[in-house]
Design a protein around this ligand. Structure first.
Ligand code: SF4
Length: 314
């Protein structure tokens, strides 16, 4: 007889509105312009999504210089691009479709506005993440400085900033860790200006809240998502901090630790904003082969956000 297993399924989980829009943009571009279409960088950070789109006619490249046929359109990924990228595309006469998530574009516009209003800007985020490269690339190098950690914030020198100071953030950070960094900045620079509406997006916040609600009840927590997906990696950290030490990223079916599942009586599952629901269902189905599962979905928010497609694809 199969042993009983309780599974808490976090909700919301998986695809956010920005990811859905970006995938839609690639699919609609292939329908409208035919294949191939080029995509600069992984459209969203998920291997399965990328592989599916390759089958449909997308060619993924790292840089515009890798585009072999300049008559084909190029799509920019959901993470956003530095200003230099559309400029380069125009110089090369490439037609392009921008799949930058509107919530990332909001941060880009904020940075421009602050710069125009004479602020020095601190960007809280992770070095080398494409979104951070894109946001920093909206401005001249000396107008924006990256703050990655609490110790980065502590080590900032008040005398180094002659202009008024403002901060913006990456959209997929840990809500709690970022709040700690902001507290330090506010202590050191009491007049620092923050965004009117916070930059960490609704999808990141909701997925973290759902994980937090469940984690302490679980023996093991699985976050379905890719290793290079910032918001998925953050969810693993959030689950650990919220009380489930054994929290793991489920990158592929090969990762499923059946021996750990065998020892568990309560499991939590969620998925990052770029992970297809199909992968969550596959994980559930493989667990159900050996265990008698009682499933409870824990819903902390209803998401109704939908972003419009760029007008050239409407
Ligand atoms: S995680 Fe947030 S910012 Fe990133 S694509 Fe999704 S909605 Fe947009």
């Amino acid at each position: 007889m199969k042993k009983e297993l309780k599974i808490y399924l976090a909700s919301p989980r998986g695809f956010c509105a920005g990811v859905k829009r970006a995938i839609d943009i690639v699919e609609k571009s292939i329908s409208k312009y035919g294949s191939p279409v080029y995509v600069r960088h992984e459209i969203v950070h998920n291997k399965q999504v990328v592989e599916e789109l390759k089958k449909k006619g997308a060619i993924f490249v790292d840089e515009l210089s890798d585009v072999k046929d300049n008559s084909r359109p190029v799509i920019f990924s959901a993470h956003g691009v530095p200003k230099s990228v559309p400029e380069e595309a125009k110089l090369k006469n490439l037609s392009f479709v921008d799949a930058t998530c509107p919530l990332v574009s909001k941060v880009h516009r904020e940075s421009e506005q602050l710069n125009k209003n004479g602020y020095d800007i601190l960007l809280i985020g992770h070095k080398n993440h494409p979104e951070v490269i894109g946001t920093m690339g909206q401005l001249r190098k000396d107008s924006i400085k990256l703050v990655e950690t609490k110790s980065d914030a502590e080590s900032l020198n008040v005398e180094d900033f002659k202009k008024p100071l403002a901060y913006i953030t990456q959209t997929t950070l840990s809500v709690d860790d970022t709040a700690e960094i902001i507290d330090i900045l506010k202590r050191k620079f009491p007049k620092i200006k923050g965004p009117i509406k916070e930059d960490i997006c609704y999808a990141t916040t909701n997925r973290q809240s759902a994980v937090k609600k469940i984690a302490s009840k679980c023996d093991i927590f699985f976050i379905v998502g890719s290793r290079n997906s910032s918001n998925s990696v953050r969810l693993v950290e959030v689950a650990k901090k919220a009380g489930c030490n054994k929290s793991l990223l489920m990158h592929s079916e090969k990762d499923i630790p059946y021996n750990e599942i065998e020892k568990s009586s309560v499991i939590g599952i969620s998925s990052g904003a770029s992970a297809p629901e199909k992968l969550v269902q596959e994980l559930l189905n493989s667990i159900k082969k050996d265990r008698k599962v009682s499933l409870e979905e824990v819903i902390v928010a209803e998401e109704k956000v939908v972003f419009k497609l760029p007008k050239e694809l409407n």
